[in-house]
Structures are given as C-alpha cells and as structure tokens.
Ligand binder design. Structure first.
Ligand code: FAD
Length: 388
C-alpha cells in the first residue's frame, strides 16, 4: 500500500483537519463498519451510524460559521465521504446527500434563508436533493413539478422519484417549473421544502439491489404551500443552481465510489494473501498480479485526479465541471470493476453473503447510474472537444 500512503501524506492535512479525520475513522471502525452488514441485511435505515457521526458534529464541516458550522476545505469533506463509504456505503451516501441538497442553499441562499434554515443541518438534520421524476431522469429539463406563486406562498404540485433520504430529511431542495414562465429550461426554479409541510407525502420506499440501508423515496406534492421566503434566488434561476449543485455533488459521488473501491481492494488483497491453492497463495499467481497491477494503477490515478478536482474547488476555480465529470466517471467505473474482481478473487466465497465483497458489488453499481449516468458523462466529456 506504499503508493497509496504516499498519496495520503501529500494531502498534508492541517492538525485540526487530521483531528477530524482521525475522529471520523475511529467512529467508522467502532460503529459504522460493524453495523453495516446488519443494516444492509435488514434493509433498515442506519440511524445508529448517523447519530454516531452527528455526535462529531460532522455536518458542520460544510455549514457556514454564522449558521452553526465550522467549514473546512472541500478536500477534507471528500476524504470524510470516502472514509464513511468505505465503512458503509449506505451511511456514506446519506451523509453526502445532506451536502448535495444543502450546498446550493449555502451558495445561492440569502443570509436570512441560511440563518433560518441551516442551524438544524449543523445540528445533524438530514438534507435531500429532489430533481428526478418518473419521466425526467437523464434529461432533468423534462420535469413536470409545478411551482405556482400565490401571495406570500408558492403552491407546489407534482412528485419526484428515487429521492435519497426523501422520507427522513429535515430539508429538501426541490426543483420545479415556475408556472408564469413559458420556457422548458428558463422556468426551472428551486426552493427549500421543510419536513412536515402539509400536502407533502411519501408514496413508496424502493426495494433496492444495493445501498439497502439508505432510503430511496417516491415523494408527492399535493398543493404544498411553501413560503415564498424559501425560494432560492429568483423564479427561473433553477437550472443555474442545478448545474452548480451537480458540479459539487459529482466529486462527492466519486469519493463515495472510491470509498467502496478501497474496501474492495483491501478485502481482495487480504484474501489473496491468505487463500492457498496448488500449494501457493493466490496472490502469487502472475495472472492475479496483473489484475492487481491494473486495479491499483487505476485506483491511484483516480485518487490523484480527485485531489486535483478538490484543489480546483478549494482554489476558487469556477470552471471545474469537466474535471468533476471525469472524476465521477472513472471512480464509479473503477468501483464497479474493483468490487466485481474482488468477488472473483474470493471464488465461490465471494458469492456468499458472509463476505463483505458481495455487498460491495451490489453497492458499487449505483455509482455508475446516479448523478448523471456514465453514458451521459462520456457524452459531456466527449462533446467538449467538438469545435463549434
Ligand atoms: C438508489 C438511487 C438513488 C437516487 N437518488 C437520487 C436523489 O437523491 N435525487 C435525485 O434527484 N435523483 C436520484 N436518483 C435518480 C438518478 O439520478 C437517475 O436514476 C439517473 O439520473 C438516471 O435517470 P433514469 O433512471 O430516469 O434513467 P434514464 O435517463 O431513463 O436512462 C436510461 C438509460 O438511457 C441512457 N441514456 C439516457 N439519456 C442518454 C443520452 N443522452 N445519451 C446516451 N444514453 C442515454 C442512460 O445512460 C441509461 O443507461 C437516484 C436513483 C437511484 C436508483
């Protein structure tokens, strides 16, 4: 693992950042990882993990100080997502989803909105990001949820599907179309919906292949009256907010994928160094060493690239959308391949639920699908080279 240790040492965490990471890793080792298999098997929301992380005040690392937080570098946030996801991918995505939903409020919200809404997130409340609809997935501009202004309120009608933490979130960032604007893209707007608002309901919770401890909800809006004070920016600002929020959530999803890949690589190499066949450890067979070489090389490059993206963000660079796409694409393809090969290297035992690699393979698949499918990312990256 020397090459990875070298990468880690180059991150040069400040003492207070290192203290946060050490505390997170301790909670992951003591609570999150030991709970992961049980929550996965029961398909149960991992409240014990969420509460253990909340005791560290972990949402505070991305909430402004004036709202109860203690913000740090984006690079540290990504490392935290990796650490949690390595221990339990479900808990990792629950934590990351709060960031995905609330970062646009932090970036585009007014001071009044932030001071009113964010303290409950700093205190450990969950956030959610609601974009996808049954007929609007990869092309979010096809969304049908409608925002109709009515005095001091906005009436929300419609519904969203596949919303991570949609049933448990304190605050949901919801995208919809402003009724008074007649333009498919220009009408998209964003508002914060608070838990318990009348007319909001959960239609169903999905029964999933992986990430079985995180909840994925279909949610409905039936004449939900949201205070106009919860609109982010102006009517029609939604597409700008949506694209900016995806730029931040894609590196975060890359970190989630790399957490899964790390767990798979560790389990695979540990098993290969103990399992013996034909009188040798299976790591000693050259064919398997070639596999390790390919996976470790891709892993190192993905880690280094994500560090690069984090440096762009922490350095105040605005134009990092393609770098974020590349990180999401490669890290998620690696997570899927790493987990699949980890199962393969465990032979028959890899297919049995007693071994973690079986769960990792189920958890990895979604990383290639959400936050823009990898087909969409290939299209975005490829299109950038077409001269106009
Ligand atoms: C567990 C889970 C959690 C999720 N969490 C959230 C969440 O918190 N918030 C949220 O808003 N959404 C969430 N999603 C939704 C997720 O982001 C979408 O499923 C994803 O964007 C794909 O949309 P879709 O499922 O409608 O597939 P579609 O868009 O219908 O795509 C189907 C297939 O067509 C391909 N395709 C589509 N368009 C193109 C194109 N232009 N070029 C080439 N191929 C294309 C896709 O790559 C895919 O292979 C979640 C989904 C799941 C399963």
């Amino acid at each position: 693992m020397k090459v990875f240790d070298q990468l880690e040492s180059r991150r040069a965490w400040a003492p207070e950042e290192q203290a946060i990471l050490d505390a997170v890793r301790r909670v992951c080792d003591d609570v999150v990882a030991p709970n992961a298999a049980g929550f996965d098997k029961a398909g149960q929301f991992p409240w014990a993990n969420v509460e253990a992380l909340n005791r560290l005040g972990l949402n505070g690392i991305f909430v402004p100080e004036a709202c109860g937080g203690n913000p740090t570098r984006f690079k540290l946030y990504l490392e935290v997502v990796k650490a949690i996801s390595q221990a339990c991918a479900s808990t990792g995505v629950i934590y990351a989803t709060t960031f995905h939903g609330m970062k646009p409020l932090i970036e585009f919200g007014s001071e009044e909105q932030k001071r009113r809404l964010l303290p409950r997130i700093a205190a450990g409340g969950l956030g959610s990001l609601a974009i996808t609809e049954p007929s609007a997935g990869s092309d979010a501009t096809g969304m049908k949820t409608r925002f109709t202004p009515h005095g001091d309120h906005i009436v929300v009608d419609g519904g969203k599907t596949f919303i991570t933490s949609g049933d448990v979130a304190e605050l949901l960032l919801v995208f919809g179309k402003w009724s008074e604007i007649d333009d498919a893209r220009g009408s998209i707007s964003a508002l914060i919906l608070e838990k318990g608002t009348p007319g909001f309901s959960v239609g169903r919770l999905e029964d999933k292949m992986g990430l079985r401890a995180s909840s994925t909800a279909a949610i409905n809006f039936d004449k939900v009256r949201v205070p106009r004070a919860n609109l982010l920016g102006n009517p029609g600002d939604g597409l700008k907010i949506l694209l900016a929020s995806l730029n931040r959530s894609r590196p975060s999803i890359a970190a989630h994928a790399l957490g899964i890949a790390t767990a798979a690589f560790k389990d695979m190499t540990a098993y290969m160094n103990t399992r013996r066949q034909s009188g040798r450890r299976i790591a000693e067979f050259q064919a398997n060493q070639f596999l390790l070489a390919d996976l470790a090389s891709e892993f190192a490059l993905c880690e280094a690239w994500l560090d690069h993206v984090a440096d762009l963000v922490d350095g105040g660079e605005d134009d990092f959308a393609l770098a974020a796409s590349i990180a999401k694409l490669r890290a998620s393809d690696l997570a899927m391949r790493m987990a699949t090969e980890a199962v393969q290297m465990h032979g028959g035992y890899g297919y049995i639920r007693d071994y973690r690699v079986e769960r990792l393979m189920r958890d990895a698949k979604i990383t290639q699908i959400w936050e823009g499918t990898n087909q969409v990312h290939r299209q975005l990256i490829g299109r950038s080279f077409v001269e106009r």
